[in-house]
Design a protein around this ligand. Structure first.
Ligand code: ADP
Length: 463
């Protein structure tokens, strides 16, 4: 990365170091106090300050004569640019008019920043107007010029030098403080610019990493989808053949063989369920799931879900209640809603102990909405977990020795499918008392409400 050179390496012009307005006022007061004019030039010869005191008439008169103008310009040029840089003390310049100037360079940290010209003043050793002035024209009026000269302060050169020295001390202080504040301000700007550059660079790296991660995530989802699909095919055969053998199609089985086969079938089925869930989530993540909308008989849907979990519930001696009354048909994806209800009902049975109850019902809500409810009297969920149970792979009991099976995918699928319908999942639960999950769905789907199912960004592994 190419950085611009720091301003600390740049030489700053005098005008940048001084507050020119305030500085002009200081010069004005100083010149008026000593009644001698003052000019300040920067290094390039630009005039920053020009205060005239007392010499206007005298110089004006000389300026009316052609030769006077010429010599005046030459003197001013000399005072402005003749070398004085070598010495840090006043240098005197004699004007052809008899007046005089003292000039001193403005030095800062070894650099010449400009010069201060103090004058014109009348040196106390000037007895009469010099011939260099009176001779500039035949009609030169010495009496008039002498009268004008009186308006210019008469002062010994030594005193003028001392006054200028005072003034230079003042200029030194002003340049020093000016430089300090310019440095502070520019350092601040450079620091901000530097942070901004760094931030931009970090942003770019972050964007790059994000794109890489997105690509990896897509590859992962594709890989899982393919693998799950490949695993499912042989597993269905394992389950199918076990079922056939249990039915006696492969010959008579001993009790022991029957028991072993039942275990193979049961474990095969839970494996199949797990693989199907993984496949579903990866398909959702890859954006490959679309809702297929149609008229859905909700009461039938609820009865289906109850019937699906009934065998497992019976085994655990959990009662399943499902007596839906008259319910409106809704416009939705039947298969996806069926899967949502089965996931909720399976959880309800799984997390409810013997003697408990699972109730599957529905109620019409205000605003053309329907809530499908699965309530249980099971173990309940502590408040700190309620917001996280919908994350992929999240389980309240994340230990390796956990009592309940599952992979933490069921609720992520429920949430994704429900939200794709323009609905929301509501949960209320009390530890030790039970839980209630509600799918609140619009009865009539408006096209803009329907979305592609998606799963939230998730931490990998249990909580
Ligand atoms: P799984 O049931 O396969 O672990 P889910 O995504 O369906 O995954 O549920 C996530 C977690 O939420 C469960 O592991 C459990 O801790 C909690 N949970 C879900 N439903 C219930 C319920 N009815 N009662 C108590 N806890 C529940």
């Amino acid at each position: 990365m190419n950085l611009a050179p720091s301003f600390l390496q740049q030489r700053l012009p005098l005008a940048d170091l001084l507050d020119l307005k305030a500085f002009s006022e200081v010069c004005q007061s100083f010149a008026e106090l000593y009644r001698v004019g003052l000019k300040v030039f920067d290094e390039a010869g630009n005039k920053l300050v020009d205060v005239k005191v007392g010499n206007a008439d005298f110089c004006g008169y000389i300026w009316t004569k052609a030769a006077g103008r010429e010599q005046c310009v030459a003197t001013v040029g000399q005072v402005k640019s003749a070398p004085v840089e070598e010495v840090a003390r006043p240098v005197a310049f004699q004007c052809f008019s008899g007046c005089r100037y003292v000039v001193q360079p403005v030095l800062y940290e070894g650099d010449t920043m400009g010069r201060v010209v103090f004058g014109p003043f009348v040196p106390d050793d000037l007895a009469a107007l010099p011939a260099t002035l009176t001779g500039i024209s035949a009609d030169f009026d010495a009496t008039q010029a002498g009268a004008y000269l009186l308006k210019i302060r008469r002062v010994p050169q030594e005193t003028a030098e001392k006054i200028l020295k005072h003034f230079m001390d003042l200029v030194d202080v002003l340049v020093f403080t000016g430089h300090k504040s310019v440095i502070a301000a520019r350092l601040h700007i450079e620091a901000v610019q530097e942070s901004y550059r760094e931030l931009q660079e970090k942003n770019r790296q972050l964007e790059e990493s994000y794109q890489k991660l997105k690509e990896l995530d897509r590859l992962k989802s594709n890989f899982i989808a393919t693998m799950s699909h490949e695993l499912r095919t042989p597993l269905t055969s394992v389950i199918g053949y076990s079922e056939m053998m249990l039915e006696g199609l492969g010959g008579t089985l001993s009790d022991e063989q029957r028991e072993y086969l039942s275990i193979i079938m049961e474990k095969g089925e839970s494996l199949l369920h797990l693989i199907t869930s993984i496949l579903d989530v990866s398909k959702i993540e890859a954006g490959r799931v679309r809702l297929v909308l149609g008229e859905v008989d909700v009461a039938q849907l609820l009865r289906d879900a109850a019937a699906t979990v009934l065998p497992a519930a019976r085994k655990k001696k959990v009662q399943v209640n499902c007596e839906p009354g008259a319910l409106p048909r809704i416009h939705a994806d039947r298969e996806k809603l069926r899967q949502c209800l089965i996931n909720l009902a399976s959880n309800a049975v799984k997390f409810t102990g013997g003697g408990g109850t699972v109730t599957i019902s529905a109620e019409v809500l205000a605003g053309e909405k329907l809530s499908l409810l699965v309530a249980d009297t099971g173990i309940g969920i502590a408040p700190e977990h309620v917001n996280r149970i919908f994350d992929v792979f999240y389980q309240v009991d994340g230990s390796t020795t956990r009592e309940y099976g599952g992979a933490g995918l069921g609720l992520a699928i429920v949430k994704s499918f429900t939200e794709a319908h323009g609905g929301e999942v509501k949960v209320t639960s009390e530890l030790g008392q039970g839980s209630s999950f509600g799918l609140v769905l619009p009865i009539r789907q408006r096209p803009e409400q329907v979305m592609t199912p998606s799963v939230p960004a998730h931490p990998i592994g249990p909580g």
